[in-house]
Structure formats: C-alpha cells, structure tokens
Design a protein around this ligand. Structure first.
Ligand code: ADP
Ligand code: ZN
Length: 223
C-alpha cells in the first residue's frame, strides 16, 4: 500500500509548516503546488509567467495547468512510494483527476486543518518565508531570533507578494467556494480526518503525528 497524504485547509491554516515536518516524519516528499509555482515564477519560466497573474490576484491557476504540473512532479522517482500534497487538490475536478491517476494500491488520506477565518488574515499577513529552506516564521507568532534571518538556516526571510490583506480575502473566498467542497468529497469516501489548526504549531503537529505516523507504522507492520 502506497500513501498519498493530502493536507487540506484555507490559506494560513498551517499546511506548509505542518506538511514540511510531517513529510520528514513519514519519509515522504513534500509536494507543494504553491512552492512549485513560486519556483517557476522566480526562474521566469513560461509556466511561472502564466501562473503569476493568478497568484497575485489570489485566484486559482486553471485546473489543466496545475494538474499537468503536479502529475509531472509526482512521476519523479522520489514519489514512487508515496508523497505528501500541500495545496493540491484545490477543486473537485483536481481531486477527481488525482483519483483517476491512482489505482487501488494507493491509499489516499486527507487531513483538514480546521481554522476560523478571523485568525487566518493575521497569520497570512505577518508570514515570513525563508528563501533558502522554505521554513515559515511569523512577525509576531513565531518571530526569528535575528530580524530578517531564518532560525533553521540563517537564510534571508521574505514576504510573499500575495500575502496582502486584500489578496487574502480573495483567497479565503476562493477557498470557501471551490476548495471546501473537498471536505465532503473526502469525508464521503471515508478518507478524511479533521484536526483543530487554531493552536500552536507543536500541538497541531502532535495530533497529526499521532494520526498519520502511528497509522502508517501499523500499516507497514501489517504488510
Ligand atoms: P496558501 O495555501 O497560503 O494560499 P499556496 O502556496 O498553497 O498558498 O498557493 C498560492 C497560490 O498558488 C494560490 O493562491 C493559487 O493561485 C496557486 N495554487 C496553488 N495550488 C493550486 C491548485 N491546486 N490549483 C490552483 N491554483 C493553485
Ligand atoms: Zn531557512
């Protein structure tokens, strides 16, 4: 049995922070569609050029574009034994495309990070990312020890251009309209777990770890 773990949740729910740590624990590659787009944007590829307008407006990149990019990423050898998805699927059409791609040997599980909208805007607007290792800080909730420099690797911290108050509101609206239907999609397929994401990152991680790492280990023993 090969696992695809999907981290679902609105912008600022903590998907990136948790997925990065969980991927290490589970030994699965962390595949973030947002990171893949940002990489393409910083390298000025044609895909990056196309995606940039959508990202800056807080809109979804069209399904065909995201699906193509994601499928070529997960075709790589490091994903052969499973992977952790962060930011995909974001629409029911994307979930259906993923499910068509995976045969019955693949076990797909989704975890929803549940956080109320009120908390999210503040989390996103104060977010700081490391240019070198992708580590995520926050101006007030998890400030770096030294201003502007990542605690994990001393890399330069920066703000995403789409982490503005206006764009976050648009991204939240898009989440509620297009992505939140995935909660019923996975729950109807008995593949959904819900974790309260409105707590400190360590507490959220402890719950995710219990849910995913423990069940993963028991699955491996059963093999
Ligand atoms: P967040 O979860 O904080 O909103 P991400 O880094 O996951 O941020 O995504 C940033 C942006 O990248 C989205 O607002 C959207 O424009 C684009 N994007 C990422 N993943 C997808 C996807 N699966 N489908 C469509 N657009 C996507
Ligand atoms: Zn770093």
């Amino acid at each position: 049995m090969t696992s695809v773990v999907i981290i679902l949740g609105p912008p600022g729910a903590g998907k990136g922070t948790q997925a990065m740590r969980l991927a290490v624990e589970l030994g699965l590659p962390h595949v973030s569609t947002g990171d893949l787009f940002r990489e393409n944007i910083s390298k000025n590829t044609p895909l990056g050029e196309l995606a940039k307008t959508y990202l800056d407006a807080g809109k979804l990149v069209p399904d065909e574009v995201v699906i193509d990019m994601l499928f070529s990423r997960v075709a790589a050898a490091d994903c052969a034994n499973g992977y952790m998805l962060d930011g995909f699927p974001r629409t029911v059409a994307q979930a259906e495309a993923l499910s068509e791609r995976l045969d019955s040997d693949w076990n797909t599980r989704a975890v929803q990070l549940d956080v109320q909208d009120g908390v999210l805007v503040e989390r996103v607007v104060g977010r700081l990312l490391c240019r070198d290792c992708g580590n995520i800080h926050h101006e007030t909730f998890s400030p770096p020890a030294t201003d502007g420099s990542c605690d994990a690797c001393s890399g330069e911290l920066y703000k995403r251009t789409d982490d503005t108050a206006e764009t976050v509101l648009e991204r939240l609206a898009v989440y509620h309209g297009e992505t939140s239907p995935l909660i019923s999609y996975y729950s109807e397929r008995s593949a959904l777990e819900v974790v309260d994401g409105a707590r400190a990152p360590e507490e959220v991680f402890a719950d995710l770890r219990t849910l995913l790492v423990t069940s993963e280990a028991s699955q491996q023993e059963a093999r």
